[in-house]
Design a protein around this ligand. Structure first.
Ligand SMILES: Cc1cc2nc3c(=O)[nH]c(=O)nc-3n(C[C@H](O)[C@H](O)[C@H](O)COP(=O)(O)OP(=O)(O)OC[C@H]3O[C@@H](n4cnc5c(N)ncnc54)[C@H](O)[C@@H]3O)c2cc1C
Length: 246
């Protein structure tokens, strides 16, 4: 998979601070410089004041100000299974590559066997892989057989799909024979609060390896975009127990 940054709010943490200070200020923050808005916050520099305020907001669960900055990611090549998981988050906006209007009629089934078009889970090929919900130990022969079954099945499915297209079946119906591991591209947008919530649920140990990998990539990008917030998140909040609310 590949995750890239498409767009993001400029100076997101200045925006969080302005929004939060608005709540406790008798001045109109719209007419002030950030320096003036942050004047009474503890810290020797503007950067230190931002750290104080953002740390305070996160520690006290004052998450509203984190809803203002928005980020948009482009994600390439995750499975439709991973897509189904991430699209359950109702405060994230999505555009998902269509299988009604995009048909995979040019893909060579032999390339599918080699990993194109369908995500190959590590448990199909890696004898040392330890995943959740794994039943018993598998020896090298088992893994070899798993890989053979997996690769043959997905290549056969794509071959059948293409045959159905050749027989005039519309892509939107022929796709029914494709595996849930079929790769998809997405564009998704969310605010900082939601990104932390997604990470609470999807970077957690009980989430599946693929969505965990994707979420870690989102967090890497977010760490450059909102460094104070996501540094605090990584240190103090990630993997916390309470995941009932954002
Ligand atoms: C490890 C794991 C396993 C899962 N397994 C399954 C499964 O087997 N089957 C399945 O169906 N789902 C499963 N899910 C999905 C899960 O149940 C949620 O639907 C999904 O993670 C969306 O998260 P969310 O409920 O926090 O809602 P989001 O859409 O992310 O919303 C964020 C928050 O907003 C609030 N909120 C949003 N909408 C409402 C609303 N209508 N009413 C009240 N509050 C609201 C809630 O506080 C919510 O936490 C699984 C998730 C994980 C992480």
């Amino acid at each position: 998979m590949e995750v890239t940054l498409l767009e993001a709010t400029d100076d997101p943490e200045d925006l969080v601070c302005k929004a939060a200070r608005n709540d406790y200020s008798d001045e109109f923050v719209g007419g002030q410089s950030l320096e003036a808005t942050m004047e009474t916050v503890e810290g020797d520099s503007l950067e230190a004041k931002k750290e104080t305020l953002i740390g305070h907001l996160l520690e006290h669960g004052h998450f509203g100000p984190f809803e203002h900055p928005q980020i948009t990611f482009a994600v390439e090549g995750v499975s439709r299974s991973c897509m189904a998981q991430i699209t359950r988050h109702r405060h994230v906006s999505f555009d998902v590559q269509s299988m009604r209007y995009v048909s995979f009629d040019e893909v060579d089934p032999d390339d599918v066997r080699a990993g194109e078009m369908v995500v190959v889970p590590p448990s199909a090929t890696d004898p040392d892989w330890v995943g959740r919900n794994q039943k018993g130990d598998a020896d090298e022969d088992d893994i070899e057989r798993r890989e053979e079954i997996f690769r043959d099945t997905v290549a056969d499915a794509v071959e059948s799909y293409q045959e159905l297209l050749d027989l005039g079946m519309p892509p939107e119906d022929a796709r029914f024979v494709l595996p849930i591991g079929t790769k998809v591209n997405m564009v998704m947008s969310m605010n900082v609060r939601m990104l932390m919530h997604v990470a609470d649920m999807r970077a957690a140990a009980d989430a599946q390896w693929e969505i965990r990998t994707m979420t870690e990539e989102l967090l890497d990008i977010a760490a450059d975009w909102c460094p104070i917030t996501f540094d605090h998140y990584e240190r103090e909040m990630k993997n916390r127990k309470n995941r009932l609310a954002p």
